[in-house]
Design a protein around this ligand. Structure first.
Ligand code: SAH
Ligand code: SF4
Ligand code: F3S
Length: 468
């Protein structure tokens, strides 16, 4: 073989570079980090678990709460000596800030943290190769925070590296809801949906690589409205329910999920899909945020608690065993003790299988930040502790109710102990089970024998044991 042919066969052999990406925030950032890896792989970048000795470090950041944003600056502080050490060795470390903090505070980061070489917003990371080259030439030119989701998805590589049998797939970007506490409409821009054909092509590629479960992602995923597939142009745009039905026809894809949804966009067709689309898993994250109508109005959530409860009743009618999840904010400006009690009552009335709860965090530029009646920190802490205790109890009770049941589990990875595998139930619970490694990436029937707050323990049913 000639040297040139060898070069073509292994184009990166002489040019390996180490890439470390640290991801903060929501699943959409997890997806974006994976895609950044895909974009950079052809340039010779290989993933590295730690930042030490990396040629390129990307912090994919989150701006949702003050603490999340602060983490970026402390991480940059930790990276400074590592970069200096690389330089002392005669090497270099390019440091990039990506994601929602980059979008919201890009210029400020460049000014405040000279260690940063480039800043790239969530809609611009397809331009990373170009930005890295620019950063190497001159600092200050490498800031890209345009909103161009269309260009981003068009220019992403068709290939995706796959990590296990469950994958995320972003179908929708941005948010037009403008809840008064939230930065997302500012950091991610206006709602935009990928065309159905583009999504289906990505899903088929994932299926061909052994993916069994796809979670469709969007900041407001049930507002999905994407260009209909070729041959169905007369339909105009398709909603999420149509997209789910379309994807359920792809061979190899056994499970579909979607997150995150807004109660206002929970259409009848989507509710119906929960009743008759077998591959759509019985789990729904539908954030309520607060139980008091007064607070919901001030948050601009555009629904009352009664409307939410009625919606849940209809969803449960379609799919009685559905596991529900929510996000809650305590201590929104003006929230009284009685308002908070309404949140506790609401959580009790609905009964969640799992939920996230947060203290309200004042975000610059959002309407909530300027509202009167900001709630003192100690009151927020007290309310959060009470709500979390209730939600923990509900989660434990839901997990306990699964003991004795037989559930299909998608095994994703080795379990905590030798001889174990870890996977997910249809209700998104973590399940640990003694099982042969050959079952990784497959769905097997498991009898649940014990439960804790965070996980189920199971044993393989005889049929599965025999099959493996
Ligand atoms: N699009 C999703 C939520 C995205 S942010 C939705 O509409 O529900 C995830 C969660 O973070 C939100 O549901 C909310 O509970 C929380 N959150 C957003 N802004 C916040 C803030 N300023 N303070 C505290 N929690 C916040
Ligand atoms: Fe934020 Fe509200 Fe949009 Fe969710 S719906 S991303 S909470 S503005
Ligand atoms: Fe955070 Fe941006 Fe997601 S602010 S929650 S990373 S959309």
């Amino acid at each position: 073989m000639t040297a040139a042919a060898r070069g073509r066969e292994r184009p990166m052999s002489g040019n390996r570079k180490r890439l470390h990406i640290k991801t903060y925030g929501c699943q959409m950032n997890v997806y974006d980090s994976e895609r950044m890896r895909d974009v950079l792989a052809p340039l010779g970048y290989e993933a590295s678990e730690t930042p030490e000795g990396a040629d390129l470090v990307i912090l994919n950041t989150c701006h949702i709460r003050e603490k999340a944003a602060e983490k970026v600056y402390s991480e940059l502080g930790r990276l400074r000596p590592l970069k200096a050490a690389r330089q002392a060795e005669g090497g270099g470390m390019t440091i990039a800030v990506a994601g929602c903090v980059a979008q919201a505070e890009g210029a400020e980061i460049m000014a405040r943290a000279p260690v940063v070489d480039l800043v790239v917003g969530p809609q611009s990371y397809h331009q990373l190769p170009e930005l890295i080259a620019r950063a190497h030439r001159a600092r200050g030119e490498a800031l890209q925070t345009e909103f161009e989701p269309e260009a981003k998805f068009d220019r992403l590589t068709a290939e995706r590296a796959v990590d296990g049998p469950a994958a995320f797939l972003t179908v929708q970007e941005g948010c037009d809801k403008f809840c008064t506490f939230c930065v997302v409409p500012y950091t991610r821009g206006a709602e935009w949906s990928r065309p159905v054909d583009q999504i289906a092509a990505e899903a088929r590629m994932l299926a061909a690589k052994g993916v069994k479960e796809i979670t469709l992602l969007g900041q407001n995923v049930n507002a999905y409205s994407g260009e209909a597939p070729a041959g169905r142009e007369a339909d105009g745009r398709w909603g999420l329910a149509q997209l789910l039905r379309h994807l359920s026809l792809i061979g190899g894809i056994e499970r579909l999920r979607y997150t995150t949804s807004h109660p206002r966009d929970m259409g009848d067709d989507l509710i119906a899909a929960h009743g008759d689309l077998e591959k759509l898993m019985p789990y729904l994250h539908l954030p309520l945020q607060a139980g008091s109508d007064r607070v919901l109005r001030a948050m601009n959530r555009r629904h009352t608690f009664a409307e939410y409860a009625e919606l849940i009743a209809r969803i449960r009618e379609a799919r009685p065993d559905i596991a529900l999840s929510s996000d809650f904010i305590v201590g929104f400006p003006g929230e009284t003790g009685a308002d908070f009690e309404a949140t506790m009552r609401a959580a009790r009335e609905i009964g969640y299988a799992s939920a996230y709860s947060f203290k309200y965090s004042r975000r610059p530029g959002t309407p909530g930040a300027a509202m009167p009646g900001q709630v003192p920190e100690d009151v927020k802490s007290e309310r959060l502790a009470a709500l979390q205790a209730l939600l923990d109890d509900q989660q434990r009770a839901f997990n306990d109710s699964c003991v004795g049941r037989t559930l299909p589990v998608l095994f994703e990875r080795p379990g905590k102990r030798a001889g174990q595998l870890g996977g997910r139930s249809p209700y998104l619970q973590a399940v640990h089970c003694d099982a042969p490694a050959a079952l990784t990436g497959r769905i097997a029937t498991v009898r649940v024998i014990a439960a804790s707050k965070n996980a189920l323990a199971g044993e393989l049913c005889d049929r599965e044991r025999g099959a493996a």
